[in-house]
Write a protein that binds this ligand. Sequence first.
Ligand code: ZN
Length: 387
Amino acid sequence: MLALINADVEGRRTQVRIGGSRIASVGEPPEAHDRVLDLAGDRLLPGLINAHDHLPLNHLPRLEPAPRYQNVREWIAAVDRRRRVDGPLKAAVAVPMAERLLLGGVKNLLSGVTTVAHHDPLYPDLCEIQYPVRVVRRYGWAHSLYVEGEAKTLESQRRTPADWPWIIHAAEGLDEGAREEFWRLDRLGCLKANTLIVHGVALGGPERRRLSAASAGLIWCPASNLHLFGATAEVAELAREGRVAIGTDSRLTGSRDLLEELHIAAQQVALNPSELESLVTRDAARLLHLPDCGIVAPGARADLLVLPQGVALEGVHRADIRLVMVDGIPLYGDLDVAGSLAGAARWVEVHVDGRVKALEASLAERLRRLASREPGLELAAATGRAA
Ligand SMILES: [Zn+2]
């Protein structure tokens, strides 16, 4: 087993032992044959959960809105026009799906995300063992009432088992129509305990109280909302009730990654660092019905994130990350941590935002073969191995 000693878990120094893909124990000392990694007070968190992304859309350039929109219908119409006339956008849409999906996974991994709730169909590539992050597989979804219409939306909601999340974009805008969309969903019978509304920018007090009474949840994407509408949802009360998770949305409208989303979230809402962390760990896991994710506890998945000592999550950048592990397999981190977990052959030295880091070798090799690149990630020459 692997024993992580002197780990700071929620402010307490402790030991975490990992057997295969699961956490075996917390607080137990290492045993005789354990491989031991001394974290020397570094923070150990559960891997982060990105509650909303469109994984094939992250290689696209962020589209500048002009002027700010009142609702998402105006935005969708603008994108449709741009797709026909905008050269770089046309070229980006032509990139093969497998390549786009891998880039979406790498965006998330490099920011400490180990689980993503992808919106849209569950493409087979997302379920492959070598996909860099865990993708939620048990979910129902509809794009929005606007795109799907009432009959398809209702059918999607009814088809989704009560113990799976059912996810829909709603109330994405500033006008009365965006707010009314929430009540249309309610009248249709689509506001259930497993319903997760993405965006909810137009929700006022009555709508938030109704959401809460229905035991439903909100997926908050502040960067995308601010970009399109100059405003975002009011989430403080719902967050204190545990009804909010944070998502990035895709880079077409959203932030670079979940860490950047957290910097922006922290500026928008008066929550303390531990409350904010819950929105991308514990609360997100509960809302997405993932009982073994989002916690550091015996039996939970060994999806783990190591950060430098004493830093708050909303102040971290992806190059600061000491280690990301998915299912007990270390994939990204600092050279010293990487080297003590697995032999040099398992790692390739890369640059992330100008800093030297280690990336798991087979993942680096697959990225090297792609025509497109993750911005800020420089893959060294094939001979460059991490020490
Ligand atoms: Zn979305």
